[in-house]
Design a protein around this ligand. Structure first.
Ligand code: C2E
Ligand code: CA
Ligand code: CA
Length: 618
């Protein structure tokens, strides 16, 4: 390397080595060390040199760099890791020596060791210690085949160079520790989010091999452990899970905790979709196994979302978003299962995001309107009520079902505003019918979201709207779903009593989909039950549905409630309902949802054309 330049002084040698070593960092240290060994081999005209670090925790000397680099390393490598315990005296000496030492060919033990490792006869060795404080942290060795004398100034230079290597060693170690801490999750010791992102970034770079699999784990209801046993128990539980993931995966698998109870596992190898899903299932089983904590045996199920990314095409956030979407699907399907990402999931998510994006301005844009679903007496066709159903004319997607955008409105705090718009608009349209003398006595039914019902001042605001439009008590009925009643029974019952006092009727919508409300029926001021259309549609052919409908009819009678059947689509359903005593209904057989204008016309006429009767004699 420097062979052709004029021989330079020992001083210049030390300065040169110092300059190069000072510029080294954790990533370059090994290569720079090797380069310096090469330089030193040249300079001192020796045959072999090596740099070894002492690992005092395992009492061993570990090879870090060497020159020339051996190409035919025997297995096991007799000199890669040398335990001091069974090392020859020279190696033993390297454990704690503080000053350079020279070993000449008369040292028999030493010769034997060198012969084994390098297959060379007769050698001499100069060794300089790496010292940090009063600890010997390694050794720098120079081997000459045959014999070589070492002058004192040379040994002094080696001592200086040894201490330079010791400095690099200390710096790299500190750097690695810092990196380790910066990359780790404090609680579990697995990687943290930052490290995961950096890893995926690398794996998904163009030209790398793929696909890259990400498995997203989320515990089902960790909160109950925290609530029940405290946070320390919750933390220990998470540690156990991290350990299990580590135990059940290959060593190079990247495991990261994203915070909370979310873990991501990224296998090092390329997996087929089938293999990825299988791996998700195996890890799910491992995590679901019981854990003993403080004598309590706990088991928590987990949901897993699996997605794959193609290097150069998909980004880290693409991959994690898909795994997260799959996870949400696994949870939505009841948890304790693995879901593989599908394109359909991302279309759904896009649809939802698009709704979210446009929903904010939907009221100002005038994109909302109402349809009315007539409710009739099936025996006479008389229109008894009309249910207001909101519609949204989306700028690019056309008419969107309320079943799609009401839940989004609820999740982004727009349900209150949207609900107020529905109530005002419906009341105003109804008031205009009344002013024209039509629809007197017809009830206006309006759906309300759970959030509206528990918001402060709801009953007062409905009463004010009724007064504003001159609608008499009894002309409005609000429809609420069963689940909301049970969620917050106290607030709900205060609000419902307030509404009752203002002359507003209450209907339980989708009745039968959750029986939870039954026990409260007596205590709450409810006027109407609407049998969910899932029990009605196939009525006449499905005996289970019939049993439920009959039970509901009996219940309504027992509590003195009106009963309305939803979703009457067939004559068989209509006749079956009539036969069992339910004559109020709505559904496509009777009328589809219609515009306010069409409703005005229908109310003027007073009845739909369809009418039915139960077969005589029953
Ligand atoms: P819902 O309250 O059960 O309303 C009845 C739904 O069933 C309406 O769907 C209606 O068009 C549909 N339907 C009526 N007859 C039949 C039938 O014979 N067969 C079938 N298969 N369906 C029938 P829509 O308008 O899409 O409303 C869906 C849900 O959206 C409603 O279910 C209600 O829960 C909610 N919703 C509608 N308007 C509003 C509103 O203004 N506010 C709130 N909070 N929710 C609303
Ligand atoms: Ca309804
Ligand atoms: Ca319903």
């Amino acid at each position: 390397m420097f062979a052709d330049s004029a021989p330079f002084s020992l001083e210049r040698l030390v300065v040169t080595v110092a300059a190069r070593l000072m510029a080294a960092n954790a990533a370059t240290a090994a290569q720079v060390s090797q380069d310096m060994l090469e330089l030193l081999v040249d300079y001192f005209a020796v045959d072999v040199s090596f740099l070894r670090h002492n690992d005092h925790s395992i009492h061993a000397s570990i090879l870090i760099a060497e020159w020339p680099v051996r190409t035919d390393v025997p297995d096991p490598d007799p000199i890669g890791v040398v335990y001091f315990e069974n090392a020859d005296p020279v190696f033993k000496y390297a454990e704690h020596f503080k000053k350079p030492a020279v070993f000449r060919p008369d040292d028999a033990d030493y010769q034997k060791r060198i012969e084994q490792g390098r297959n060379i006869p007769q050698t001499s060795l100069a060794a300089a210690p790496l010292v940090s404080g009063d600890v010997t942290t390694g050794v720098l060795g120079f081997v000459k085949i045959g014999d070589r004398e070492w002058r004192e100034d040379e040994l002094n230079a080696l001592e200086a160079i040894g201490s330079l290597f010791a400095q690099v060693q200390a710096r790299v170690k500190a750097e690695e520790q810092l990196r380790y801490l910066a990359d780790r999750d404090d609680l579990t010791g697995v990687y943290n989010r930052r490290a995961l992102l950096a890893h995926l970034e690398k794996r998904l770079a163009a030209g790398r091999s793929g696909p890259v699999t990400a498995l997203f784990f989320d515990l089902d209801r960790l909160k109950t452990i925290n609530d029940y046993l405290g946070h320390t128990a919750g933390d220990r539980f998470l540690k156990v899970l991290a350990e299990r993931l580590q135990e059940r995966t290959k060593p190079k698998t990247v495991i990261a905790r994203l915070g909370g109870d979310e873990f991501v596992v990224v296998p090092a190898s390329r997996l087929t979709a089938v293999a990825a899903e299988k791996m998700g299932g195996e890890l799910l089983d491992a995590i679901s196994e019981r854990v003993s904590l403080d004598g309590e045996v706990l088991a928590r199920t987990v949901s897993v979302g699996v997605a794959q990314g193609v290097p150069g095409r998909d980004t880290t956030s693409d991959l994690l978003r898909r795994a997260d979407l799959a996870l949400l699907n696994a949870k939505a399907a009841g948890g304790n299962q693995v879901a593989m990402f599908t394109d359909e999931m991302s279309q759904e998510a896009e649809y939802r995001t698009d709704i979210e994006l446009h929903l904010g301005s939907v009221i100002e844009d005038g994109a909302l309107y109402l349809r009315y679903l007539p409710e009739v007496d099936m025996r006479t066709g008389e229109v008894l009520a009309a249910e207001a159903l909101v519609r949204w004319d989306h700028p690019t997607r056309g008419a969107i079902s309320p079943a799609d955008f009401i839940p989004v409105a609820e999740s982004i705090n727009l349900a209150g505003e949207l609900g107020r718009w529905v109530i005002r608009t419906a009341c105003s349209e109804f008031a205009s019918f009344r002013a024209a003398g039509i629809g007197i006595g017809t009830v206006l039914r309006i759906n309300v979201s759970p959030v509206q019902l528990v918001s402060a001042g709801f009953a007062e605001s409905v009463a004010a709207t009724m007064r504003e439009f001159g609608l008499e008590p009894g002309s409005i009925c609000l429809e609420i779903t069963e689940s909301v009643v049970v969620q917050d029974i106290e607030t709900t019952s205060i609000t419902l009593n307030g509404l009752k006092a203002a002359g507003v009727q209450i209907a339980i919508d989708d009745f039968g989909t959750g029986y939870s409300v039954l026990s409260h029926l007596k205590a709450l001021p409810v006027d109407v039950l609407k049998i969910d259309r899932s029990f009605v549609t196939d009525l006449g052919s499905n005996p289970d549905d019939l049993a439920i409908v009959r039970a509901t009819i009996a219940l309504a009678e027992a509590f003195g409630l009106q009963l309305v059947a939803e979703g009457v689509e067939t004559e068989a359903a209509a006749i079956t309902l009539l036969r069992h005593g339910c004559h109020r209904a709505q559904g496509f057989l009777l009328s589809p949802p219609i515009s306010a204008t069409d409703l005005a016309a229908l109310l003027t006429k007073g009845h739909v054309s369809a009418r039915f009767s139960a077969p005589a004699g029953e």
